[in-house]
Design a protein around this ligand. Structure first.
Ligand code: FEO
Length: 163
């Protein structure tokens, strides 16, 4: 069954939201690379790639369901963060926002009796649990570390191990 226009438009909007997430994390990667926190930059670059795969999952889905993909402008993210803690507080807040968007899409799919979209979104609901947990664990560590240079360097090393 061809995707309804209402759902198609909502998913196209979500492609944009995922691309913005990718852009935001790429901006963070660039910023922390200039601060010589290369482990953190690695973490953000991997997150950038993950967000791209999220966008592409929606993209492929719209095409598979016979819909048209329409790409819109991607908002420019900011380019400076005062600290790693400030950045991860933003990551966490951003992921909570994305979870809200996924939940809204799920409500729409349910009200439209679109079981295929519901099935796709189930993957994203599970993925958001992980996205929120990852950000929250790192943010909590940063709150414990505070301004300890040693602590930051150790965490940077840990973030550098993400593959
Ligand atoms: Fe695509 Fe980080 O959620």
């Amino acid at each position: 069954m061809v995707i309804s226009d209402k759902i198609r438009k909502a998913i196209n909007k979500q492609i944009n939201a995922e691309m913005y997430s990718a852009y935001l994390y790429l901006a963070m990667a660039a910023h922390f690379e200039t601060k010589n926190l290369l482990g953190a930059a690695n973490w953000f670059k991997i997150q950038f790639k993950e967000e791209n795969t999220h966008a592409m999952k929606f993209y492929e889905y719209v095409l598979e369901r016979g819909g048209k993909v329409e790409l819109a402008d991607i908002e420019a993210p900011k380019s400076e963060w005062k600290s790693l803690q400030e950045a991860f507080a933003e990551v966490y807040a951003h992921e909570l926002k994305v979870t809200g968007l996924i939940n809204d899409l799920m409500k729409l799919a349910k009200s439209d009796n679109d079981y295929a979209t519901e099935s796709l979104l189930k993957w994203f609901v599970d993925e958001q649990i992980e996205e929120e947990a990852n950000a929250s664990i790192i943010l909590n560590k940063l709150k414990m570390i505070k301004d300890s240079a040693n602590g930051i360097l150790m965490l940077d090393h840990e973030l550098g191990e993400r593959k």
